[in-house]
Design a protein around this ligand. Structure first.
Ligand SMILES: NC(=O)c1ccc[n+]([C@@H]2O[C@H](COP(=O)([O-])OP(=O)(O)OC[C@H]3O[C@@H](n4cnc5c(N)ncnc54)[C@H](O)[C@@H]3O)[C@@H](O)[C@H]2O)c1
Length: 309
């Protein structure tokens, strides 16, 4: 258990993340920050009042300022607007860049040693904004996308195969958008290559559904985007850091030559431990996968170039 985890943004993703962090007792104190007066306070108090039933000792509080967040070990940033039907993640760029800039400036002042887990979209660009504004090293700015995209992919595979989700190992790399790269060559069912169990047409359909996974939820909800699986994914990353599990998870990391690319955030296999991003693992890719990753990188560079810092 670390001392303090702050979640910025007490909306759907933020509040669910705070609740999961508290229930798993990953910090002594979980602080929710939002600009809307009363909402973080009310949600924080409500969550804390569930402690005697759920039996956790992590104290949850909500606030509109950063004084209570001082010296957080981890800051999860979920502040910003979410997608509505018909919107792409890149449509959120300018609004969320302004919000993330303001948040990152406060985090730098109040928690200079924190590890930032970025959640706000467009994910890869918002991670870049936070890294630039804070000046934190790449070990301490990590984007959440791949864990979620991989969870979606694994859940669809488990459903198609009628097999436990636990036995499906997989990796989705690349940017958090339509160009993401689910790696069929690294997808196994307890070590058995998935291509031995599902034909190509079925696998292609699952890959397409994974790429569209966020939009599928937006079409159902109409007024917002997914938050149960996204919050679970952010908390899994926090857990690996807090407990120094050194799990290998697909996360958006600032590439410095890995996969032949540099100076952008892109989803790659990362080892997460107490120091944050402890290692980027480079795996062999087929020519098609390499081309898909490069296409995905180009789709990240475009909005990145459009953002003003
Ligand atoms: N990376 C991913 O895989 C992933 C998955 C789901 C959602 N998201 C993104 O996460 C973000 C949040 O989604 P949501 O569903 O929780 O949205 P939401 O609208 O429910 O919550 C966003 C919250 O941010 C708050 N906020 C706005 N400006 C703020 C500021 N300056 N400081 C603090 N709080 C501020 C709002 O008041 C609101 O409560 C969106 O950008 C969404 O696209 C990313």
């Amino acid at each position: 258990m670390v001392n303090k985890i702050t979640v910025v943004g007490a909306g759907n993703v933020g509040a669910t993340t705070a609740q999961r962090l508290a229930e798993k007792e990953l910090a002594r104190q979980v602080v929710m920050v939002d600009v809307v007066e009363g909402v973080p306070q009310g949600k924080g108090l409500d969550q804390w009042e569930s402690a005697p039933i759920e039996l956790f000792d992590a104290r949850v509080i909500g606030t509109n300022g950063y004084a209570e967040t001082a010296d957080s070990d981890i800051v999860v940033i979920t502040a910003g607007i979410a997608r509505k039907p018909g919107m792409s993640r890149d449509d959120l760029l300018n609004t969320n860049a302004g919000i993330v800039k303001a948040v990152a400036t406060e985090v730098k002042k109040s928690s200079p040693r924190a590890i930032i887990i970025m959640v706000s979209n467009p994910l890869d660009v918002m991670a870049y904004v936070a890294m630039k504004v804070t000046g934190f090293p790449r070990e301490r700015v990590i984007g959440m996308a791949g864990v979620l995209d991989t969870a979606r992919y694994r859940s669809f595979l488990a459903e198609a195969l009628d097999i436990s989700v636990r036995d499906i190992q997989a990796m989705v790399l690349g940017g958090h958008g339509d160009t993401m790269v689910p790696l069929i060559s690294y997808t196994t069912v307890s070590g058995i290559p998935v291509s031995q169990l599902l034909d190509k047409a079925k696998l292609d359909a699952i890959v397409a559904r994974t790429r569209d996974g966020g939009a599928e939820i937006v079409r159902h909800l109409k007024t917002g985007s997914a938050y149960y699986a996204p919050s679970a994914a952010a908390v899994q990353m926090c857990e690996s850091i807090v407990l120094d599990q050194k799990r290998v998870l697909p996360c958006a990391a600032w590439l410095q030559g890995e996969y032949g690319m540099r100076d952008l955030f892109l989803g790659v296999p990362c080892k997460l431990g107490r120091k944050g991003l402890e290692r980027i693992l480079e795996v062999q890719l087929t020519a098609d996968e390499k081309a898909a990753l490069e296409k995905s990188a180009a789709a990240v560079r475009e909005p990145m170039a459009a953002v003003t810092l």
